[in-house]
Design a protein around this ligand. Structure first.
Ligand SMILES: [Zn+2]
Ligand SMILES: [Zn+2]
Length: 456
């Protein structure tokens, strides 16, 4: 979203007091389940015996750290510790001045890198629009006075210069933005380069003239280029940037874009339907920030950098680790200091997911700055009424509610839920109120999905 405005001047500069107060909050420590976690994004290491290489995958391919077969192990009294590693917070969808014609002049790569590091992000991906008609509803033909005429990865070299391996990475990606001849949805495809080494930044993405490229064709170009490909804001306030569902070959769905609205929950339902259909799709949350000086949490059309973020669990703070973790789907989506982690264990309390899962463990935290308490909700989705590729109405998910519990501001939680191992998609949300199409809760969090595949 946030493609509503033409080039304009920068908004009010960031309040240094606010920024430093947030930074202070982000470095606060809290204790969770016997492990010490950094409360801010990009943090939290805890150690345990199993190594990340000892990872198993269930039928749907969702990775979860696990060890040897359950029968070989004695039951544990407490849950198997988490593997060694750390959560790395990412903003995978940000626009920069000089490459996206709808970005503010304040959004220089250098300033984006600076603000990202203040907010504890490990990596930011610039997703600059591949053309000018795709990013601006008022530009119906290519305008030579605007950017986005190519090349596509404008800030590649500068992003590399602003990166500090092991500490912070700025990555130049792309948002393929083809348009239909009329006003029908086609889609915005996020291209996240899988490698920062031999990536082809010279070849153009073909996304014009209008009406010549479907969303699926844009997706195919991103996949052919070697991108981790995300369908951005699949259901959007501005219908012309919604996805046409002409291909289901994407790696990820951006189920949370800027402020959380009912449209994001529709995207979340589409993601759960994908998992129920046996597709491996990673859920991601990203800000789509176009104005770097907008302070958190931002507004519907001007979300702040890092609001929301996706965090991935990785053994190493590296780009390779980020991509591997994104592929695994082992993520958490959140704003501010809220968090929501979902793990599965077998009856012996060893980490396991798939048919042998007998406990769900839901851990997390509600940001102390949330205006209201939040409802933690854990569900099992078991069926989907999916009209796709029709773009409307959105899919309808049938689900069973496993837990509803109120979480207070600033509260940590660590809840074990026994389950019978029934097939479905298990996931959780932490919401302080129900969203509307144009407004939503802040400091929310959403979990990944844990899949138990049906017997075939
Ligand atoms: Zn977009
Ligand atoms: Zn965008």
């Amino acid at each position: 979203m946030s493609h509503q405005r033409r080039n304009d001047t920068a908004t009010a500069p960031c309040d240094d007091g606010l920024a430093s107060a947030r930074q202070a909050l982000l470095v606060g420590l809290f204790t969770l389940a016997g492990a010490v976690w950094l409360a801010g994004p990009g943090c939290s290491a805890q150690s345990g015996d199993p190594s990340p290489e000892e990872t198993s995958a269930d039928a749907a391919g969702t990775a979860a750290p696990a060890t040897t077969s359950p029968s070989a192990r004695a039951p544990r009294e407490d849950f198997e510790p988490d593997p060694p590693g750390q959560w790395l917070a990412l903003d995978l969808h940000v626009h920069a001045w000089g490459a996206s014609n709808d970005a503010g002049p304040d959004s220089t790569p250098a300033r984006i890198a600076e603000v990202a590091r203040e907010r504890g992000l490990f990596a930011v991906v610039l997703q600059d629009h591949s053309n000018s008609t795709g990013s601006d509803p008022f530009t119906l033909e290519e305008d030579p006075a605007l950017y986005n005429q190519g090349p596509e990865f404008v800030h590649w070299d500068e992003a590399a210069r602003l990166s500090v391996p092991g500490e912070f990475l700025l990555v130049s990606g792309n948002e393929l933005s083809p348009r239909d001849e009329g006003n029908d949805p086609v889609g915005h495809i996020g291209c996240i380069p899988r490698t920062l080494g031999s990536f082809d930044t010279d070849s153009p993405f073909v996304d014009r003239p209008r009406g010549s490229v479907t969303g699926g064709e844009a997706l195919a170009q991103a996949l052919d280029r070697g991108c981790f490909a995300i369908v951005n804001h699949p259901y959007a306030v501005a219908a012309w940037i919604a996805y046409d569902w002409s291909s289901f070959a994407y790696d990820a769905l951006e189920i949370w874009n800027g402020m959380l609205t009912t449209l994001d929950l529709q995207g979340r339902d589409a993601w759960r339907c994908d998992l129920l259909a046996g597709r491996q799709v990673t859920p991601v949350a990203a800000s789509d920030n176009h104005r770097i000086e907008d302070p958190p949490p931002g507004t519907l059309f001007d979300p702040a950098l890092g609001w929301p973020s996706t965090a991935v669990f990785s053994a190493e703070p590296s780009w390779e680790g980020v991509i591997t973790a994104l592929e695994s789907g082992y993520v958490t989506l959140f704003e501010g200091e809220s968090r929501l982690f979902l793990d599965g264990y077998d009856e012996g309390r060893w980490r396991a997911e798939g048919a042998e899962t007998r406990f769900l463990r839901v851990r997390g935290h509600l940001d102390a700055e949330s205006r209201r308490p939040a409802e933690l909700r854990v569900t099992r989705a078991f069926a989907c009424d999916d009209p796709r590729p029709d773009v409307a109405p959105p899919p309808t998910v049938s689900e069973e509610v496993l837990l509803e519990q109120t979480i207070a501001q600033g509260e940590d939680f660590d809840i074990a839920l026994p389950i019978a191992g029934e097939p479905g998609v298990y996931s959780a949300t932490l919401l302080s109120r129900r969203p509307s199409p144009i407004d939503g809760p802040r400091h929310a969090a959403m979990s990944r999905g844990l899949v138990i595949a049906a017997e075939r």
